[in-house]
Design a protein around this ligand. Structure first.
Ligand code: CA
Length: 225
């Protein structure tokens, strides 16, 4: 069972987190201060949710001390208006951040994404249903067979695959692929690219199960069974 250490001094937030995460079958260890967190880090913790504003020491200091003990993934919990702290946390090497108040689904997705990225041994492989993405080789396999994607198709698939259960707006995808693409990609061509990816990876491209369309917003890769 994956063990998560929640470091948060506000009890209501801590208990809320515990409630959501236990419902997702995570095992929870709690700490209300930075020092308490450090004493609990040795207990086979797989991931830390770390509040930045703690009563005894700030989250950045706790982050550095945790990393000295053990290199485990850390997600910062930040207040909504703390953009600077988010940037600072990510610059220090935090795996992600979650702004309070958080949505349960987004929180769970982010935790799962970080755990997936940090999974030992196969951190360069993403498995979705019968699709395997090998990030080291930049290759995609369907039922073990090499699927030929263009660089742009691969990039779009990867953006969604690395952020499962997160809805990507069409604008966000276009912004993210901008730097790898010399040709102009507009909204209509994005639709065409997604259609081509589906033709290559879906069992039935007319009833896509891997890349879902979120009406009026964009696309996501959800839990495929
Ligand atoms: Ca706090």
């Amino acid at each position: 069972m994956t063990k998560i250490l929640i470091v948060e001094d506000e009890e209501t937030i801590r208990l809320g987190l515990k409630y959501y995460l236990e419902a997702e079958n995570f095992e929870i260890v709690e700490a209300g201060t930075g020092n308490e967190a450090l004493t609990k880090i040795e207990k086979n913790i797989d991931l830390v949710l770390l509040d930045i504003n703690l009563p005894d020491k700030d989250g950045y200091t706790v982050f550095e001390e945790i990393k000295k003990i053990k290199d485990i993934p850390v997600i910062f919990l930040t207040a909504n208006d703390m953009e600077i702290s988010i940037v600072r946390g990510l610059d220090m090497g935090a795996d992600d951040y979650i702004t309070k108040p958080f949505k349960a689904r987004e929180l769970i997705s982010r935790i799962k994404n970080v755990l997936r990225r940090n999974a030992k041994g196969n951190d360069s492989i993403i498995n979705i249903h019968n699709i395997k993405i090998d990030m080291k080789q930049a290759k995609v396999f369907k039922n073990g067979v090499d699927v030929m994607l263009t660089a742009l198709e691969y990039k779009i698939l990867l953006i969604l695959a690395l952020n499962q259960n997160v809805v990507f707006s069409r604008e966000k995808i276009l912004a993210d692929i901008w730097d790898v693409n010399e040709a102009y990609v507009n909204d209509n061509t994005l639709t065409v690219y997604v259609k081509r990816i589906r033709e290559k990876i879906e069992d039935n491209p007319n009833d896509p199960k891997i890349i879902e369309t979120v009406r009026g917003i964009g696309y996501k890769i959800g839990d495929v069974c």
